[in-house]
Write a protein that binds this ligand. Structure first.
Ligand code: SAM
Length: 252
């Protein structure tokens, strides 16, 4: 897959792109990540890409000409016409289903804004979709763009060493993942659940499924709303809730 990112701070992108799963995917060629700097397409030698907003108001706005030229240059460099996403607090909220849809595209171009945002005509002329990370304001679109790149990268074939982990991860199947434990067996007063040390794969799988259902029910009940659970899942959830009640617990 090819992903271009339009940003005046390419060094922010490369810092994230050089580590971990993402760094490995780029190194192996599973993902090509290309930065495009609007300052390279500025109309002056100082690389000016922003100007005061028409009508007044605080801050500066990213100008249309350098950004449109950058988007055109990036599109020309892409192996196929890219789907253009502007990371914006005014866009649709990003979720796993959207990430999965975007991961199917061969080419994506992500536009990171700065200052007070970008001239609206860029959105009208060159953007296919606006996506938000959440209802809060960041100073720039670089981190949202790289959040999206990392989420997509994990879904690309061959990127994760253990493809199975994709299947149980939170939100992949509409559930939160079960709690995880590793050595040592005892941490202060807490012992890892006995079933996980039993070597009984069927019992472990049933426990993990019941905990995933229980966690989702306790923490994010809206994820289960309107979803018809299989009889087996329903029985696991009921049993998990009964055992929480018997222990005198309830809240997560
Ligand atoms: N004035 C804009 C507004 O009120 O909608 C906010 C501009 S923000 C300070 C600068 C840039 O950060 C935006 O152009 C966008 O690219 C990015 N940004 C900020 N918050 C974001 C969020 N929640 N999701 C995605 N991008 C965001």
């Amino acid at each position: 897959m090819w992903i271009g990112v339009v940003s005046i701070f390419p060094e922010l992108l490369s810092a994230i792109a050089s580590a971990g799963v993402l760094g490995r995917a780029i190194e192996r060629g599973d993902l090509a990540l290309a930065p495009f700097n609007p300052r390279d397409h500025a109309g002056d030698r100082r690389g000016t890409v922003d100007d005061r907003p028409y009508g007044g108001g605080p801050g500066m706005v990213m100008m249309a000409p350098p950004l449109l030229k950058t988007i055109a240059a990036a599109a020309a460099a892409a192996p196929s016409p890219p789907w253009v996403v502007y990371l914006s607090p005014q866009g649709r909220r990003l979720d796993q289903a959207k990430v999965e849809g975007l991961a199917e595209r061969p080419s994506l171009l992500l536009v990171a804004g700065r200052y007070e945002g970008i001239d609206e005509r860029i959105v009208e002329l060159a953007v296919d979709e606006e996506l938000s990370l959440g209802d809060y304001i960041l100073s720039g679109g670089e981190l949202p763009a790289m959040v999206l790149v990392e989420a997509i990268c994990r879904l690309l074939p061959g990127v994760l060493n253990n493809q199975d982990s994709i299947l149980t991860e939170s939100h992949l199947e509409g559930l939160l993942e079960y709690p995880q434990y590793t050595r040592p067996e005892n941490v202060g007063p807490l012992t890892a659940p006995e079933v996980l040390l039993s070597g009984d794969h069927g019992a472990v799988a049933a426990w993990q499924r019941s905990q995933a259902l229980l966690r989702t029910w306790q923490r994010r009940p809206e994820l289960l709303a309107g979803r018809a659970l299989e009889d087996e899942d329903l029985a696991l959830l009921r049993a998990a809730l009964a055992s929480v009640e018997a222990e005198g617990g309830g809240a997560a």
